[in-house]
Design a protein around this ligand. Structure first.
Ligand code: MF3
Ligand code: CO
Ligand code: CO
Length: 279
């Protein structure tokens, strides 16, 4: 039997033959580890816990709460569910959750800061459950938001939604960033360049990188079994940032508000599934 015929026959016997081929190819070419059915079931469990943590935190967000108290809530609930936070001690990060307030873009460290009416705070959680990770974040209003806060949060949320809609086999990584950047800049906002989405599931940050800016039709083709985050950080002013002396906290250069939404997304045979499903 010639090779072509053998390949065809194998495909009939075992439909996983094609998947295994692509799995090897993506591992070799891109260092991307495609996820199998059992992996996806486990990441989904971590994803459900991620959403439960975010929902719990949301109940407590009011003027007067400190970001340290948010950390306590996350830590206790994570532990109660037999999970650990991937953030804690990650490259020396000292807390279990990132809390990024107002002009903080990401990686805010929980401390004694008291949240006040009108603030926005991004809460980013990544539990490890049975060795699998999911990663998601939301930007929450503290009390009643002003106009600028409402605007930046709704633009960030819509950027995530439009990015996720690009996820299907045949599209490429660049299609996601293009959709996000086009929306953000169309609304007079800007997209952060220095931090990107990432593969996730087995580890905190796996290949590929998923920029929130870019060009249509560019980058790695999406294939079923890829699991990655999309997590646009959108600024009301310019995209430039700097990092504070704690070596973590990223803030906007111009002091403008910044908001972020993040989901963990699976590429399916005909589109996507959100593995950290919040609305
Ligand atoms: N959760 C962040 C992300 O979305 C990473 C935080 S790293 C930490 O990729 F060390 F600051 F927790
Ligand atoms: Co992430
Ligand atoms: Co995150």
């Amino acid at each position: 039997m010639n090779y072509k015929k053998l390949k065809k026959k194998l495909r009939k016997i075992s439909p996983s033959h094609d998947f295994n081929n692509i799995k090897d190819k993506y591992a070799t070419l891109y260092k991307i580890r495609l996820k199998e059915k059992q992996d996806i079931i486990s990441i989904k469990k971590a994803g459900r816990l991620t959403v439960d943590i975010l929902n719990l935190v949301e109940e407590y967000i009011k003027p007067g709460i400190t970001t340290n108290e948010i950390n306590d809530i996350v830590e206790e609930f994570t532990r109660k569910n037999k999970a650990v936070s991937a953030a804690l001690n990650y490259h020396g990060f000292p807390k279990s959750v990132c809390t990024s307030v107002n002009n903080v873009i990401c990686h805010g460290i929980p401390d004694d800061t008291i949240l006040k009416n009108g603030d926005i705070v991004n809460v980013d959680v990544t539990p490890i459950l049975d060795g699998y990770l999911a990663d998601a974040s939301k930007t929450l209003f503290v009390g009643s938001p002003g106009k600028d806060a409402q605007k930046i949060v709704s633009v960030a949320k819509e950027c995530l939604r439009l990015g996720v809609l690009q996820v299907k086999p045949g599209n490429r990584i660049g299609d996601i960033g293009y959709a996000i950047q086009t929306h953000a800049e169309g609304q007079g906002c800007s997209v952060v360049r220095e931090y990107v989405g990432h593969g996730v599931g087995f580890e905190f940050h796996e290949p590929p990188q998923v920029p929130h800016f870019g060009q249509k039709g560019q980058g790695i083709p999406l294939v079923p079994g890829m699991v990655f985050t999309i997590e646009p950080m959108v600024n009301l002013g310019k995209h430039n940032l700097h990092i504070l002396s704690d070596n973590w906290t990223a803030v906007t250069d111009d002091g403008s508000l910044s908001a972020q939404y993040e989901q963990t997304v699976l590429v399916t045979d005909n589109g996507f599934e959100i593995l950290t499903p919040f609305d």
